[in-house]
Design a protein. Structure first.
Length: 262
């Protein structure tokens, strides 16, 4: 693992933090970081001690200011090199989007371009009041990918997504939360407590319910409208888990549940 991405476990039990660690460049994302993310995320998804993953940028000035444009002439100087570069970007975003465990983007300051792409691939986005969101391919002569655009449209709707893409303008935090791009906006000093407080709540819930609930949401977003054999099996499978028995018992005994399934 390079020092451009760090894994921290200093927060609540069961929460791992992935840190984009280039504060000197507002955490601009290099091609090596894109290459590294899928393997790191797969490891956290497979780790039984991890229940929630938080993605953040180092410091409080930026989540990520975008892909590192200083690399573009070398890494995206022609169509073939650009194709390979874009594959690494897509793989990193898919790795986030496809995680079984819940993911939260903790957004301090700038969330621009490639940084916005990673944030949109997370399940939730908590931001500070200084955060600014922008997707900027129209300012660079590029075209946003279909998968990334789909995530944007899912949150903001088609007309607002078009406005964001064709303008490339920075959107302040209060407007971004109104558009559905952020789920919560809080004062800068409260962002870590809000994010990790919510993550800790999720770690106390029945993990079968958390992970399968996330899967059902993903199926709905993909267009599934009615139950099939797989979704029926997912729902019925909860009744065979020890956490279901514990949840019912705790309710009847009027005490908090102590879930143990990981």
């Amino acid at each position: 693992m390079s020092d451009q991405i760090l894994i921290e476990r200093a927060g609540p039990d069961g929460v791992a933090t992935v840190v984009l660690n280039r504060p000197q460049s507002h955490n601009a994302i290099t091609i090596d970081m894109y290459r590294e993310l899928p393997g790191l995320l797969a490891g956290l998804d497979a780790d039984p001690d991890v229940k929630v993953v938080v993605l953040r940028g180092a410091g409080q000035k930026a989540f990520a200011s975008g892909a590192d444009i200083a690399e573009f002439e070398r890494e995206r100087g022609d169509a073939e090199r650009a194709r390979r570069y874009n594959e690494h970007v897509a793989a990193a975003e898919r790795a986030l989007d496809g995680m079984v465990k819940p993911t939260i983007a903790m957004v301090h300051g700038y969330c621009i371009g490639g940084g916005a792409g990673l944030a949109l691939a997370c399940d939730l986005r908590f931001a500070d009041e200084r955060a600014r969101f922008a997707i900027t391919p129209a300012k660079l002569g590029l075209v946003y990918s279909l998968e990334s655009t789909r995530r944007l449209v899912d949150l903001a709707g088609p007309s607002r997504a078009t406005w964001i893409l064709v303008s490339g303008q920075q959107i302040p935090a209060d407007r971004a939360v109104a558009l559905g791009l952020f789920d919560e906006v809080v004062p800068t000093d409260d962002l870590a407590a809000t994010t990790y407080g919510f993550a800790e709540v999720v770690t106390t819930r029945a993990q079968y319910s958390v992970r399968k609930g996330k899967e059902i949401v993903r199926r709905v977003v993909a267009g599934q409208l009615t139950d099939d054999a797989e979704t029926t099996a997912i729902r019925n499978g909860s009744f065979d888990t020890p956490d279901y028995a514990e949840g019912v018992r705790a309710f009847l005994e009027k005490r908090p549940p102590r879930f143990t399934w990981g």
